[in-house]
Design a binder for this molecule. Structure first.
Ligand code: IPM
Ligand code: MG
Length: 367
């Protein structure tokens, strides 16, 4: 198979982690006789520096002409970077929001599971001090809600008012609900739909449409949960979740929380899909400007995102499995980037601390 992918390395640690994902991809694809062509695309701060905008029309059309997009991370330090002195629609994040919208990437899948090798890094322990064992996926609606409703800021009579609007259409809710129910069918058959139906109209509509959609999936159990409760349940008993279905804003917040309980935000991959097999694959974490360029980042989330790309956009299941197995093997052989080292110095001393580039190589060698 010939794979044509667009690559957005982006800002901060983006270029470093993408290089490692490419290393691993090339290894597995070569082994199975496939070839891959990368089309580099600028987005975020690096695009602002070159072209004055966070995403050019040309970048969008290159991405559209490929079968998938692999992305690192975008953005910088909001307190010090000149990018954040620009108006909001010209900042790095606007590029990401635009590409999601333009490519119709409404379904954001963010799996969060505990690697047994990292169980000690999980900040939660059960009542007996034993590590947890959870495996969930957040299905986040990605092109609607509070992120894409009208917004403005105005000053009148000395009072400044800012307004953001949350908008959801039943059609948008139904299609993401279907994604969640389909995912649950392939997993443990449970969907927890998360909303704020005790306050918001968009959430009341959400709940109604999800309940209607559930009738098409009698084999899947549906449960509703308020978002504040969900935030609490995630740290109390993450094992109870299989598929968490939620809107754009709540999904953003809950997915950071879910990733942290796995031990490190550096482990969590994500896929953003449209109605076809086209997708954009990126780690759930950000651009970590504080460690950028130092070869200290954890490339695993990006490597696992590349595995998701093979799975969802190219249906290369075996190749994806091999990447995931190689990640597990590197961890069980004791390789850790700095973020994965246990706090206890004795435990840390028994492991191999590696840099970003070494982690990529160690994983590639295990394929
Ligand atoms: C994410 C990020 C983005 C989001 C930012 C960078 C706009 O936090 O992918 O979760 O809020 O969606
Ligand atoms: Mg986020």
């Amino acid at each position: 198979m010939k794979l044509n992918i667009a690559v957005i390395s982006g800002d901060g640690i983006g270029p470093e982690i993408v290089t490692e994902a490419e290393k691993v991809l090339e290894r597995v694809l070569e082994k199975h006789g496939h070839s891959i062509t990368y089309h580099d695309v600028y987005m975020g701060g690096c695009s602002i520096d070159r072209f004055g905008v966070p995403l050019t029309d040309e970048a969008v059309s290159i991405a559209r002409s490929c079968s998938a997009v692999l992305m690192g991370s975008i953005g910088g330090d909001a307190n010090t970077s000149p990018w954040y002195r620009l108006p909001p629609e010209k900042r790095p994040e606007a590029g990401l929001l635009r590409i999601r919208k333009e490519l119709g990437l409404f379904a954001n899948l963010r799996p969060a599971y505990l690697f047994p090798e990292l169980a000690d890094s999980c900040p939660l322990a059960d009542k007996n001090g034993k590590a947890r064992n959870f495996d969930l996926i957040i299905v986040r609606e990605l092109t609607g809600g509070l992120y894409f409703g009208a917004r403005h800021t105005e000053e009148k009579d000395g009072i400044v008012t800012a307004v953001d609007t949350a908008v959801y259409r039943d059609t948008e809710i139904r299609r993401i609900a279907r994604t969640a129910f389909e995912a649950a069918r392939r997993r443990r058959g449970k969907v927890t739909s998360v909303d704020k139906a005790n306050v918001l109209d968009t959430s009341r509509l959400w709940r109604r449409v999800v309940a209607e959609t559930a009738e098409e999936y009698p084999d899947v159990t549906l449960e509703n949960m308020l978002v504040d409760n969900c935030a609490m349940q995630l740290v109390r008993e993450p094992e109870q979740f299989d598929v968490i279905l939620t809107g754009n804003m709540f999904g953003d917040i809950l997915s950071d929380e879910a990733s942290m309980i796995t031990g490190s935000i550096g482990m969590l991959s994500s896929a953003s899909l449209n109605e076809t097999s086209f997708g954009l694959y990126e780690p759930s974490h950000g651009s970590a400007p504080d460690i950028a360029g130092k070869d200290l980042a954890n490339p695993i989330a990006t490597i696992l995102s590349a595995a998701m790309m093979l799975r969802y956009s190219f249906d290369l299941q075996q190749e994806a499995d091999e990447i995931e197995r190689a990640v597990r093997a590197a961890l069980s052989d004791g390789y850790r980037t700095a973020d994965l080292l246990p706090k206890n110095p004795d435990e840390a001393a028994a492991l191999h601390l590696v840099r970003c580039s070494e982690m990529g190589s160690v994983i590639a060698e295990r394929i």
